[in-house]
Write a protein that binds this ligand. Structure first.
Ligand SMILES: Cc1cc2nc3c(=O)[nH]c(=O)nc-3n(C[C@H](O)[C@H](O)[C@H](O)COP(=O)(O)OP(=O)(O)OC[C@H]3O[C@@H](n4cnc5c(N)ncnc54)[C@H](O)[C@@H]3O)c2cc1C
Length: 409
C-alpha cells in the first residue's frame, strides 16, 4: 500500500511512523526542515525550538511515543515559574505567597480565581462550546478579575477575535495549567530539545523504509475515477493531509466548513543576562507588540546554550505588519532596559497557520478523519479540541493511521 502524507509536522510524522511497518509512506514537507510548529534552529552546539514548547504530565501518548523511539530517558520535569508585567513591573505569580502579594488583584479576586482554577477540571468542555470565555469569566470571577487578568491574556492571544473565543477553550487552558505545586507548574522538556523527538521520528520512518521529503510542497490533489487520490500527479492508495483544510481545498481537496486560524510570530534572542527576574513565563498586561516574554533559560539551564534565551511571543489574525520584528525589538529593549547591542543573535519565525481560533460553536467545525476517501488529521482534529497541543497531534496522527489501515482491511 502506497500512502502520501502531506505535512511533516508532528501529526504527519506520527502517522508515518505508525504506518511505515505496514505500508510504503511518502511524507511531503513544504519547508526545508521537518517538524512544522515543533521545528528547531541550531544555535551553537544546541537546538532551540522556533516556538517555545513544553509538555504536561498528562501527555500519555506523547510520552509513550518518546518511549517507542527510545528517547524518553531525556524527558526531564522542571519548574515553570510565571509572572505578570503590569505598569512596567514584573510581578512574580508562581508561589501562593507571591500570588497573595500581587497588587493587581484584590483578595476577593484571588479567591474567585483560585476557586475557578481548582474546579476547572470538572467542567465539561462540550457544554461550554457555545458560551463565550468573556461571559463565563465575568460570571465566575467578576469584572475586575476579567479586565485586570483574563482580558489582556485573551487579547494577546486572539486579538480582535477575543470576544468570540469559547469558554470551552478557556477552561481547558486553566485545567491544563493547574498541575502545580507550591513551587509552580511541573512542565516537561526533552534534554536536548524537542528537535530530538522530530529527529528520532524522521530517522525511525526512514529505517522502516519510508521517505521523508523536505522542500516539496503538495501543490495539487485530485480524485481519480476509482475514488483514490493523486498528489502532484502521482497516484496513491491513500492520502493523509495534515495541513489546514481550507488550504487543502485550494489544492483540489474536499470542501469543509472553514476553521478560523491565527498566525504566530515569535522572536528568539540570545542575551548575556537574564531580564525576567528568573521567571520562565511573563504575560504582558501592558500594551506591547508581544503578549508574553518567555525566559527559556529560566526553565532550562543557560549553560546548555551559552546565552540567555528569550522568546517574544505574538499572535496575529490578519496580516503581520512588515516592520513587526523591529517593533518588537525596540519595545523590548526600552521596556526591559536592554541595549540593542546586547542582543547577541536573534531570529523571527512566522507561521500563518499556527492554530485554530476556538470560537463559540467550534465543536461543529472539527474536521472528520476522512472525507471523499481522503484522510485528514491535524490541529483541526478532535484530539486537538478545545486546545491544540503536541499530545493532540500525536493522538490525531495515530488515529488517522489506524483508520487508514482499517480502510484497507
Ligand atoms: C507558539 C506556539 C507554541 C506552542 N507551544 C506548545 C507547547 O508548549 N506544548 C504543546 O503541547 N504544544 C504547543 N504548541 C502546539 C504544537 O506545536 C502543535 O499542536 C503541533 O506541533 C502541530 O503539529 P501538526 O503536525 O498538526 O501541524 P504543523 O506543525 O503545522 O505541521 C504541518 C506541516 O505541513 C507543512 N505544509 C503546509 N502546507 C504544505 C503543503 N502544501 N505541502 C506539504 N507540506 C505542507 C507545514 O510546513 C508544516 O510543517 C505550540 C504551538 C505554537 C504555534
Amino acid at each position: 500500500m502506497n500512502i502520501c502524507i502531506i505535512g511533516g509536522g508532528l501529526t504527519g510524522l506520527t502517522a508515518a511512523f505508525a504506518l511505515a511497518d505496514e505500508a510504503s509512506v511518502d511524507v511531503l514537507e513544504a519547508s526545508s526542515i521537518t517538524g512544522g510548529l515543533l521545528s528547531s534552529t541550531r544555535v551553537g552546539d544546541a537546538w532551540i525550538e522556533n516556538y517555545y514548547h513544553h509538555c504536561f504530565s498528562g501527555d500519555r501518548l506523547l510520552i509513550g511515543l518518546m518511549g517507542e523511539l527510545g528517547i524518553k530517558g531525556g524527558l526531564e520535569w522542571r519548574k515553570g515559574s510565571t509572572g505578570y508585567y503590569v505598569d512596567g513591573t514584573i510581578h512574580p505569580l508562581t508561589t501562593p505567597l507571591e500570588i497573595l502579594r500581587c497588587p493587581v488583584l484584590t483578595l476577593g479576586d484571588k479567591y474567585r480565581l483560585a476557586r475557578l482554577t481548582l474546579s476547572a477540571k470538572k467542567y465539561n468542555a462540550d457544554e461550554l462550546d457555545d458560551v463565550t470565555a468573556r461571559d463565563f469569566l465575568l460570571e465566575k470571577c467578576g469584572r475586575h478579575t476579567y479586565e485586570a487578568f483574563f482580558e489582556p491574556l485573551l487579547k494577546s492571544k486572539f486579538g480582535a477575535m477575543r470576544d468570540q473565543v469559547s469558554a470551552a477553550w478557556m477552561v481547558s487552558r486553566i485545567a491544563i495549567r493547574s498541575d502545580r505545586g507550591p513551587e509552580g507548574e511541573r512542565l516537561g522538556y526533552l534534554k536536548f530539545g524537542y528537535h530530538t523527538l522530530v529527529d528520532a521520528l524522521v530517522r525511525a520512518i526512514r529505517e522502516k523504509g519510508g521517505a521523508v521529503h523536505t522542500g516539496i510542497a503538495a501543490h495539487s490533489v485530485r480524485q481519480m475515477e476509482d475514488g483514490t487520490w493523486e498528489v502532484n500527479g502521482a497516484p496513491y492508495d491513500a492520502v493523509i493531509s495534515t495541513i489546514r483544510p481550507s488550504v487543502l481545498e485550494g489544492l483540489g481537496g474536499p470542501a469543509l466548513p472553514d476553521i478560523p486560524y491565527q498566525g504566530a510570530a515569535c522572536l528568539t534572542m540570545g542575551l548575556p543576562r537574564d531580564v525576567t527576574k528568573g521567571i520562565y513565563w511573563v504575560n504582558m498586561k501592558d500594551e506591547a507588540p508581544y503578549g508574553a516574554v518567555i525566559g527559556h533559560t529560566n526553565f532550562i539551564p543557560e549553560e546548555r546554550y551559552g546565552s540567555h534565551i528569550v522568546y517574544l511571543a505574538s499572535y496575529f489574525s490578519e496580516r503581520l505588519p512588515a516592520d513587526h520584528e523591529q517593533t518588537m525589538i525596540n519595545d523590548f529593549c526600552r521596556r526591559f532596559a536592554v541595549r540593542p547591542e546586547e542582543i547577541e543573535w536573534h531570529f523571527m519565525t512566522v507561521d500563518t497557520a499556527a492554530g485554530p481560533v476556538y470560537t463559540t460553536g467550534y465543536r461543529s467545525l472539527i474536521a472528520p478523519y476522512e472525507t471523499d476517501g481522503l484522510y485528514m488529521a491535524g490541529m483541526f482534529s478532535a484530539p486537538n479540541y478545545p486546545e491544540r497541543s503536541m499530545e493532540g497531534s500525536v493522538a490525531a496522527g495515530y488515529e488517522v493511521a489506524k483508520r487508514v489501515m482499517e480502510g484497507r482491511a
